[in-house]
Design a protein around this ligand. Structure first.
Ligand code: SF4
Length: 239
């Protein structure tokens, strides 16, 4: 199976009744600023390089961002931050991404959300996170990244849980999330295609505060901090 096939399958998932209702209600109602645009209103697949050494793991699509444009982090303030940082690092062709046909292109990077449907208040329940976890597992198995860059504590936990399910050597006690935190989740001798580990190196996890407005507007996350975390992840990924 390819990432394109995975994308097609995930985009029709209806496993979480609350999120299906919310994503479709938001799509039907829209927002005045976007009233001339049809909303995607479905699960938002991962996007970017299908064999990326660096997989950025987000929380969930924004109701009027990815849930509108159909592309993760595209068309919302959080996306403005992550795409600008990727562009500064030479990993994105454009510093902004406003819609899915905007010519944006990622080099060596793929972005996926731990939960693929927009949740009310940007907060999926534990059951919804668990229901969506197999999609992240399959994405990691297909992409085989060298580095997971987790945006926020929920994405950090989702990445650790994914690594455990895939049978990687997750340290105990579990590494704690923090901005710039890092951990080795799989060792070089554990290379194994089936489990999403590419030959020739360890698999690393790097943490960054999420690029949410709550963090960026308060200065909890600055551009310099984001550049540092992304730079570390890119260097570990060989980018
Ligand atoms: Fe399916 Fe994930 Fe959306 Fe739940 S959140 S409906 S598991 S794609």
């Amino acid at each position: 199976r390819t990432t394109a096939q995975l994308d097609a399958r995930v985009s029709v998932c209806r496993a979480c009744p609350r999120l299906v209702a919310w994503r479709e209600e938001v799509a039907a109602t829209g927002r005045r600023a976007y009233r001339d645009q049809p909303y995607w209103g479905r699960p938002v697949p991962g996007w970017g390089d299908p064999h990326a050494p660096l997989l950025v793991v987000g929380l969930a699509p924004a109701a009027h961002g990815g849930n509108r444009t159909g592309r993760v982090f595209t068309g919302d303030r959080s996306g403005d931050w992550i795409f600008a940082a990727l562009h500064r690092a030479g990993l994105a062709a454009q510093e902004r991404s406003d819609h899915a046909g905007d010519g944006q292109h990622l080099t060596g990077v793929r972005i996926a959300a731990g939960v693929r449907c927009a949740p009310p208040d940007n907060l999926p329940t534990p059951d919804e996170r668990a229901a969506c976890a197999p999609w992240l597992d399959r994405e990691v198995q297909l992409v085989r990244p060298r580095v997971l860059l987790a945006l926020g504590g929920i994405a950090w936990d989702a990445s650790l849980a994914c690594a455990r399910r895939l049978g990687w050597a997750v340290p105990r006690p579990a590494p704690r999330f923090g901005h710039g935190a890092r951990a080795v989740l799989a060792l070089p001798e554990e290379d194994d295609d089936e489990r999403g580990r590419r030959p020739g190196g360890a698999v690393h996890l790097v943490g960054s505060y999420h690029v949410s407005q709550q963090n960026t507007s308060t200065g909890r996350l600055t551009e310099a901090m984001l550049d540092d975390a992304l730079g570390l992840a890119a260097a570990l990924a060989g980018l």
